[in-house]
Ligand binder design. Sequence first.
Ligand SMILES: CC(C)(COP(=O)(O)OP(=O)(O)OC[C@H]1O[C@@H](n2cnc3c(N)ncnc32)[C@H](O)[C@@H]1OP(=O)(O)O)[C@@H](O)C(=O)NCCC(=O)NCCS
Length: 395
Amino acid sequence: MTVEVRPLADGEVRAAHTLFRASLHRGPMSDEQWETFVDSFEPGRTHGAFDGDRLVGTALAWSSDLRVPGGAVLPMAAVTRVGVRADFRRRGALRALMGVQLADVARRGEVFAGLHASEAGIYGRFGYGVATRSQRMAAKGARLRPGVPFGGSVRVVDAGDKVIFDLYAAVGRAGVGTIARPAAMWKNYERAWAIKENLVTAVHTGPGGDDGFVTWRPVESEGFEQHVLQVEDFVAADAGAAYALWDFLFSLDLVERVRVWQRPVDEALQAAVVDPRTVTVEGVEDDLWVRVVDVPAALAARAYRPGDPVVVEVLDPLLEANSGRYVIGPGGAERTGAEAAVAVDAEVLAMVYLGGWTWTALAAAGRVQVRDPDAPAALDRLFAVDRAPFTGTYY
Ligand SMILES: CC(C)(COP(=O)(O)OP(=O)(O)OC[C@H]1O[C@@H](n2cnc3c(N)ncnc32)[C@H](O)[C@@H]1OP(=O)(O)O)[C@@H](O)C(=O)NCCC(=O)NCCS
């Protein structure tokens, strides 16, 4: 028996979404919920896996993009809502969906696919690697030190105020690893806002205008006095805007603790507060898993630091057109017939591509085939980035 995968017609998408929700142990949406949620599907981008004429699995993508080192922004398929029927697990439905979806992404000229993984053991085999990571933080009784440079003002807006749609596009994309939030993805946010109570959004205005926002809600409240605030979205154009927003969160009354679940791993909040123990890093987690779908285009588009060129072999049996050797140097990257100094699979290429992991560390972990022992350090010099890549957009 073979599973067949094809794009779903608009009229089939609701059944696919019901299947996806069931894979997350949730029931179907009501007609009323579906009425607004249907806009969160981009036409033609939901795939269905069929056993005969029975829908057994689904996956969708949104048209997004990804900022890479050097500043280029390249098209990326934001993959989500991946699910397979409980009674059809481990029979190849996901494998079939991934194969067809990646071929579709390639056909559309998208250089990357990106997703957030429900479980870390699933996607590496399809060439997805952890390209950005984030830290989960909690602050209790924290205050910023007097010398922390920030200013401006903060205003609270209505929860779900669409001002943040444009604001994200204008100020949220400075960093490597950030992605576009297309209209259909915002619909997903709106759905989440609709079912979460007491959401609050605050916008920061700096010297050049609005330059950041946070959205939070109280959780684990005890009586009227003490609340834990869970920050769900934290976007800042630069460090000044980020510290201004932290300062605002620290200043709120009746708050026992502030928790933020995604911040850049190199944000030095503990160094910016009076007592470093008032800020806890609760964990460092995988953020965006990236699949390099068009390796020549991706390697050619990012910037490299000064250093000796190195030949890298990419092994990509799933998207065979990517396989081959590439010479990478300060001037860029292109295919070559020369001998390779290292070889990597698509997953490891995705991990090093944005600078989130070093070649030497992954070589030490046995993830890079090293043919020239000097090559990992030489590649680290070429791939070095100023800031840790960070996505900070969960979907
Ligand atoms: C995860 C899920 C989509 C997998 O679907 P599936 O059709 O059972 O997967 P397949 O049979 O195609 O398996 C493909 C490969 O992935 C592996 N795999 C599948 N699910 C896995 C998991 N949860 N953890 C580790 N490996 C997994 C299989 O062992 C198989 O490996 P191999 O071919 O390399 O030997 C399905 O279990 C599901 O719907 N889970 C709940 C919803 C969910 O987590 N969705 C993902 C959202 S990001």
